[in-house]
Design a protein around this ligand. Structure first.
Ligand SMILES: [Zn+2]
Length: 144
């Protein structure tokens, strides 16, 4: 299967699911690859190379520059690793643990989104009428 003219898959994440963007990278990876290259070229003595570097003069000294550059390189490398990892994960068999983990994520997210509002909605009116909020919480928990 031809993914691009030169490559059969993304050079970073190995995907064929997403279309080719440029230079052998998919659209998801290309942005970070491009930024990584720009940051690698950062040179404090050549202001035209400082694409995306903080403009504030407090950042324009050699010591801070090295730190900021290093941090940015790390961020983009980690992002590319993250995409690669999630793409690789799709190739592995899915275990019960993976599913459990995903269900937990969804559950945590929905609790966060709803707050505790679900506990104040009357499901079984008798409980709501006859108990305090705190008791309602524990009653609902014990039913579930
Ligand atoms: Zn990719």
């Amino acid at each position: 299967m031809h993914w691009s003219k030169k490559y059969t898959q993304c050079r970073n994440c190995g995907t064929q699911r997403f279309p080719h963007k440029l230079f052998g990278y998919c659209a998801r990876c290309f942005h970070s690859v491009k930024r990584l290259e720009e940051v690698r070229l950062w040179n404090l003595n050549q202001p035209q190379t400082l694409k995306g570097y903080p403009r504030d003069m407090i950042f324009h000294n050699p010591k801070t520059f090295e730190r900021v550059k290093k941090w940015h390189l790390k961020q983009y490398k980690e992002r590319l690793e993250g995409i690669r990892y999630s793409e690789e994960k799709l190739q592995w068999p899915i275990s019960g643990h993976d599913i459990e983990y995903k269900i937990r994520e969804v559950a945590i997210l929905s609790v966060e989104l709803m707050g505790l509002s679900c506990f104040s909605e009357p499901q079984t009116p008798s409980i709501v009428i006859s108990t305090q909020n705190k008791e309602k919480f524990s009653t609902r928990n014990s039913i579930a």
